[in-house]
Each structure stands twice: as structure tokens, then as C-alpha cells.
Design a protein around this ligand. Structure first.
Ligand code: ATP
Ligand code: MG
Length: 342
């Protein structure tokens, strides 16, 4: 990560990172209104830069096809998960991204171990997977509402005291396993203030076109605000690891939250630093053979290699050296003669 851009990004997201092993108290340690002294105007420009950086790195990630990235997004209702996904991923190739949203588990899901449904939706190599809510619900909503645990039909010996610590450990181990096998896990918690949540709920109630975004369950959950803050603090303390750290993103200003999320993801990709695969000797020979064949198909008057004729350095790259094309003339200048074929 020698790149200067990478250093600037690392510096920017530093204050958001939960130091592994630290004891987090959300209210004390993270301000939902923090904006690093930035103004919205500058922020929008920065987000644009971040999005194009992501596009560049995602293409390389897909081409290399060795690593995958899993981005877990957690937030309270109206925290801005959907908007963050929409904006941050706006520039990337949709074929390389898979978004999975996790709701109340189905009967089939409850018939398996609690990590099963998340494992089923993991990204493949070369892909970015986004979990809109994630396996962390298993130590958040399930902890705040223990009736969810009853539905999970655990055997007696798997319940009882120590259950949450065990889940933290299992989750850390699972993420370690994924990381060791080429799947980087990066986790973002969108940290919203209680007042900003109230404002966003009001907007959803007041504007008819936003009504669909509001449900009575949202205010019910809000009544448990303090329990959630406690569950989040515990989770952040126990599961921010060296291999899969948590980032607490200030979420009261949507534009700033989006920049942070883009920066965290960009940092992860730059750390992987995926490379376009190099073509081996035989494959290069095959490429050149295909090139000759295509050159011979050029209609009269058309350049043999229309691309190289417009981009003079491209042809050398294809040949892998600085010599002119194998037919003895500068490529793209006309049709090759028959006697030079093969
Ligand atoms: P939106 O922004 O559209 O409201 P959302 O992620 O809140 O998106 P909802 O359909 O409103 O989606 O809510 C999903 C609900 O599913 C949440 O209340 C969440 O707590 C709950 N949920 C997710 N995972 C689990 C789980 N493992 N056990 C129980 N409930 C869960
Ligand atoms: Mg909801």
C-alpha cells in the first residue's frame, strides 16, 4: 500500500476503527455527528473519487479471482443502510457485487445452526458480498429479544449463561477461517443518534411516498434503545479483531456516512491490492496466433488492428515486448501480406 491515496484513506478511517481488545462504550467513544471537520460540498466530491476508486479495484478483484470481500452493515432502523449501499456501490459492476438482506429467519433457516443462512450467502472469489444486516443480528436482536433464541430450538447444553460469549467466539473464529481462506471480512456499524432517528421516522410518517418505509415495529424497537446500545457496545468490544475489525461510522449526516463506508471498503480492497493476472508464455502465444488470424480478416482499407492503430502503445503490450508486430511492420497500418502468415 505504498500509494499515497491508500495512506490518506487509512488516516481518514483510523478514528472510526474499533481497536481490537478495547472496551467500547458507544455513547462515550463515538459521536454520531462527527464529520472530521469536513463540509458537505467537499464531501460529495470526495465520495465521487471514492466510488471511482472502488470501481477500479473491484475490476481487479474480479480479474484476479483469488480474494473475496464480505462487507457487513449493521444499524438501527433508519440508520441509512440502504442508501449507503446504493451510493457506495453506484460505480461498480453489478455482476461483481451481491447484496443479501437478512430478516426474521424462516422455518427452514431456524432448522439449521445459526450461522447457516449467512454461510449460504457468502461471496465467491472475485466478488464483493454485502450483508444488509448480518450474522451480528444473532448477538443483537436475538439478545435484546430472547424469545428469538427460543425459536432457534437449541439443545439445553447450548443455551444458558455464557451463550453470548460463546457466540462472539464462534463468530470471531468463523471470520478468521474466512480470512485465512481468502475472504476479507469488513464490518461497518452506522451509528445513529436517538434524535436523528426520531427525525427520520417523522419524515417517513409525514411524507406519503415514504410511508412504506415505516413500520410500527420501528417505534417498538426504539423503546429498547438503551438495550440495543448496550448490545452494540458489547458486540463491538468482543468482535473487533485484527483480521476483521469493526468501523463505527457516524451516521447522523448521510453524506458523511457514505464517504466513510466507501473509504472503509476502498481501504480493504487496497490492502488486498488485487492484480490483473499475467498471461503465461503459452497463453501469450495463443493470443498472438488469434491476433494474426483476426488481422487477416481485416476488410480492404481497414487497419489490421483497429485498436492498436488508435492506441499506438497497445499493440506492444499484446506482444509483450517493444518490437514491432510479428509480421514485420508497425501494426495497424494495413493488411498483412499472405507470405508473412503463420
Ligand atoms: P428497512 O430499512 O427496509 O426497514 P430492515 O433491514 O430494517 O430494512 P425489515 O424488514 O424492516 O428490514 O426488518 C428486518 C427485521 O428482521 C429487523 O427487525 C431485524 O431485527 C430482524 N432480524 C434480522 N435477523 C434476525 C434474526 N436472526 N432473528 C430475529 N430477527 C431478525
Ligand atoms: Mg426496518
Amino acid at each position: 500500500m505504498a500509494d499515497e491515496r491508500a495512506e490518506r484513506i487509512a488516516e481518514f478511517i483510523g478514528p472510526l476503527r474499533v481497536k481490537p481488545g478495547s472496551k467500547v462504550n458507544l455513547r462515550r467513544d463515538f459521536d454520531p455527528r462527527y464529520r472530521a471537520g469536513m463540509r458537505k460540498r467537499d464531501g460529495i466530491e470526495l465520495l465521487r473519487t471514492g466510488v471511482s476508486l472502488l470501481a477500479e479495484y473491484q475490476e481487479r478483484l474480479a480479474a484476479q479471482n483469488t480474494y473475496g470481500v464480505l462487507l457487513c452493515l449493521q444499524a438501527l432502523d433508519a440508520g441509512g443502510k440502504d442508501g449507503t449501499i446504493r451510493h457506495v456501490m453506484s460505480g461498480v459492476n453489478p455482476q461483481g457485487v451481491r447484496v443479501s438482506s437478512f430478516k426474521v429467519p424462516s422455518t427452514e433457516e431456524l432448522d439449521h445452526d445459526y450461522l447457516w443462512r449467512y454461510a449460504c450467502r457468502l461471496p465467491g472469489r472475485g466478488e464483493i458480498g454485502i450483508f444488509n444486516r448480518s450474522h451480528y443480528e444473532e448477538v443483537l436482536v436475538v439478545r435484546v429479544h430472547p424469545e428469538n433464541l427460543v425459536r432457534q430450538k437449541l439443545p439445553d447444553e447450548a443455551g444458558g449463561p455464557g451463550l453470548w460469549d460463546r457466540r462472539y467466539r464462534e463468530i470471531n473464529n468463523w471470520e478468521r477461517y474466512l480470512t485465512d481462506n481468502g475472504f476479507k471480512v469488513v464490518k461497518i456499524f452506522l451509528n445513529l443518534s436517538k434524535e436523528e432517528q426520531r427525525i427520520r421516522f417523522m419524515k417517513r410518517i409525514d411524507l406519503p411516498e415514504r410511508n412504506w418505509k415505516f413500520s410500527a415495529a420501528d417505534v417498538r424497537e426504539r423503546r429498547r434503545w438503551d438495550d440495543y446500545q448496550h448490545a452494540f457496545s458489547e458486540m463491538l468490544s468482543a468482535t473487533s479483531t485484527k483480521w476483521a475489525p469493526w468501523y463505527v461510522v457516524p451516521a447522523d449526516r448521510k453524506w458523511f456516512a457514505r464517504i466513510c463506508a466507501a473509504a472503509v471498503l476502498a481501504h480493504t480492497l487496497m490492502d488486498i491490492d488485487p492484480q490483473y493476472p499475467e498471461v503465461g508464455k503459452q497463453a501469450r502465444k495463443d493470443l498472438l496466433a488469434a491476433k494474426r488470424e483476426l488481422e487477416h480478416e481485416a476488410p480492404a482499407g481497414a487497419p489490421a488492428d483497429p485498436y492498436a492503430s488508435r492506441h499506438p502503445t497497445a499493440d506492444r503490450a499484446a506482444d509483450g515486448n517493444d518490437t514491432p508486430a510479428a509480421d514485420g511492420r508497425a501494426s495497424g497500418t494495413g493488411r498483412p501480406t499472405k507470405k508473412k502468415r503463420g
